[in-house]
Design a protein around this ligand. Structure first.
Ligand SMILES: [Zn+2]
Ligand SMILES: [Zn+2]
Length: 365
């Protein structure tokens, strides 16, 4: 293991002490210096706040925290300051990295054995079941590191580690060709990134939300959608009429979007998505509704709609996504906090109706 003697023994960290409560800023948290063979210690620069943080806060996340207090955030970006002895030599001290939240996937389940370990059910989630990135230092599994190009700032990189990867991978799963039409429903942290990814992949993009703040965000992006629909004012039938204007008028094309990604949780978003998806189209579920979604199955059968779920992407997808962000100069909407500011404001601000984009904690300069 590399020398950890020059690393402080304690650190500042935001911690969840009790389910349902706000975070507390603690100043004397032990630095995780007990590195395993594949671990690296990251000096955190920035860390993102994900919607999952609320589920963890309420004790509803999977896998469950091993114990409280827990340091949340599974979107780290920082610098490697120490490494275990089996870490690949493609990494060295001083490297700028982000990390996906998998820690020690089991290596024995059907998914791990079939190179699909993001679906392993026997792993730890950093920031979920074990300590995460709202701290000066975080331990991460080097097999899930994402090298960060110099052009990408830490505060822009952090939200890519969950929100960016989830959005990018869901679009890839739609398997559309250039010029086809994709609908993005829900223009929050994931959706406003998805709009930009899809545009830069050569797709025609329909951006849909029922909140003015979210619609304003996508209007101001560098890569704006082809069509913006306020679903609080425009019903599905009228939306389809507008979508028609983006489609080829040849006889071999059915009306509606070729694929829809639902990036928000209300049940209504799912029924809206099903209606505007064309015959033989695809719907990808990303936002997790808290209640079951009633789906009119005959609609799926008669119109041959494929419905798929999408979790994260794998590590190759993450590395592709980061390069894509830099190549296309994709810029997320972020609001930054210091650790001190975050303790009081993060959860409160996330729940505000006018919340937009992504909340990021700048842990150190
Ligand atoms: Zn997340
Ligand atoms: Zn496994």
């Amino acid at each position: 293991m590399s020398n950890v003697s020059n690393i402080p023994k304690t650190m500042k960290a935001l911690r969840l002490h009790e389910f349902g409560s706000d975070y507390r800023l603690d100043h004397d948290v032990p630095v995780p210096l007990d590195l395993g063979d594949y671990d690296v210690l990251i000096a955190i620069k920035s860390a993102g706040f994900c919607h999952t943080e609320l589920l963890i806060r309420d004790g509803l996340a999977r896998p469950k925290p091993k114990q409280l207090p827990l340091i949340p955030s599974h979107e780290p970006a920082g610098i490697i300051v120490a490494m275990g002895k089996k870490v690949s030599d493609e990494y060295k001290i001083g490297d700028r990295v982000g990390a996906i939240n998998f820690y020690n996937a089991c290596a024995n389940c059907p998914d791990c054995l079939n190179d699909n370990n993001i679906y392993c059910e026997n792993y730890d989630g950093t920031g979920v079941s074990i300590d995460g990135a709202f701290a000066e230092y975080q331990k991460a599994d080097s097999r899930w590191l994402v090298p960060l190009p110099d052009e990408l700032s830490f505060q822009d990189a952090a939200p890519l580690m969950c929100a960016g990867l989830t959005a990018f991978s869901a679009i890839e799963k739609c398997a559309l060709k250039k010029g086809q039409v994709i609908g993005i429903i829900g223009l929050g942290a994931l959706g406003h990134l998805a709009v930009q990814f899809a545009k830069c992949m050569g797709l025609k993009v329909v951006a849909i939300d029922n909140r003015q703040e979210a619609l304003d965000v996508v209007q101001k992006l560098k890569h704006t959608p082809d069509l913006i629909i306020d679903s609080s004012k425009i019903n599905e039938e009228n939306a389809i009429e507008q979508i028609k204007t983006l489609q080829s008028s040849t006889k071999d094309v059915y009306t509606g979007v070729d694929a829809t990604i639902i990036m928000t949780e209300p049940v209504k978003a799912y029924t809206y998505a099903l209606t505007i998806t064309r015959k033989h189209g695809t719907m990808i579920a990303v936002g997790i509704p808290r209640e079951p979604v009633p789906i009119n199955v005959i609609n799926i059968i008669m119109r041959d709609i494929t419905i798929k779920g999408s979790l994260l992407g794998d590590i190759e997808c993450a590395q592709r996504m980061v390069k894509f962000v830099v190549d296309h100069e994709i810029q997320g909407e972020i609001k930054c906090y210091t650790l001190e500011e975050a303790a009081d404001n993060l959860i409160k601000d996330f729940n505000r109706p006018d919340m937009k984009g992504k909340l990021v904690v700048n842990v150190s300069a």
